[in-house]
Write a protein that binds this ligand. Structure first.
Ligand code: ZN
Length: 190
């Protein structure tokens, strides 16, 4: 089943995201909407640190937390800050294709060797480092992860709209991720 929903026209945006900061993000990035100036943040974007992605968004529009795999589990204080102090009411959680946080174990050899060669680490410390952290940062599958992470964030921040999205590095576009039972929360642009 293809769980990605392309956005190539305004009507492609799910109704609950239209006229919200999520919809605006999709219009700016995918539909080339004119970038209006914003005076305050409207959105928190959680996305991977991967170098292949660049978003087209207006100035002052969004807080951005970049963390491997768009995994915000270890960035909670920053998420809370963006909501409580920054005043954002929506979160766009953006996973991406070809993510390095999928199947981390396959990268163990190059990870360890790279730390030894490029960073000057002892091999044993590099192995311990990998073994300790890899299970925490492994995301399994990009689409499944972004869905489960969106669910977790909705439970944690019940008044906040959370949208799971996927960035395809093959075409540099954002896709909506279809959810089986979407809980509708609409926070219109303010
Ligand atoms: Zn990634």
């Amino acid at each position: 089943m293809n769980r990605l929903h392309p956005v190539s026209r305004q009507e492609d945006i799910f109704p609950e995201y239209r006229d919200t900061p999520i919809g605006l993000l999709l219009e700016c990035h995918n539909l080339n909407r004119k970038l209006d100036a914003h005076t305050q943040a409207q959105l928190l974007i959680g996305m991977c640190m991967d170098n292949r992605k660049h978003l087209r968004i207006p100035d002052n529009f969004a807080y951005v937390i970049r963390a491997g795999g768009a995994n915000l589990r270890f960035s909670e204080f920053k998420v809370s800050y963006a909501i409580a102090v920054g005043g954002v009411k929506s979160i766009a959680l953006i996973g991406h294709t070809q993510c390095g946080m999928v199947n981390l174990i396959s990268k163990k050899t190059s990870f360890v060797q790279g730390l030894v060669d490029y960073a000057g680490w002892e091999r044993e410390s590099a192995e311990d480092h990998f073994n300790y952290y890899a299970p925490m940062f492994e995301i399994g599958n990009e689409v499944d992860f972004v869905l489960s992470e969106a669910k977790r964030l909705r439970l944690r921040y019940p008044k906040i709209q959370v949208a799971p999205l996927l960035y395809r590095v093959e075409d540099n576009l954002l896709y909506l991720v279809k959810e089986k039972h979407r809980k509708i929360k609409i926070n219109r642009l303010h």
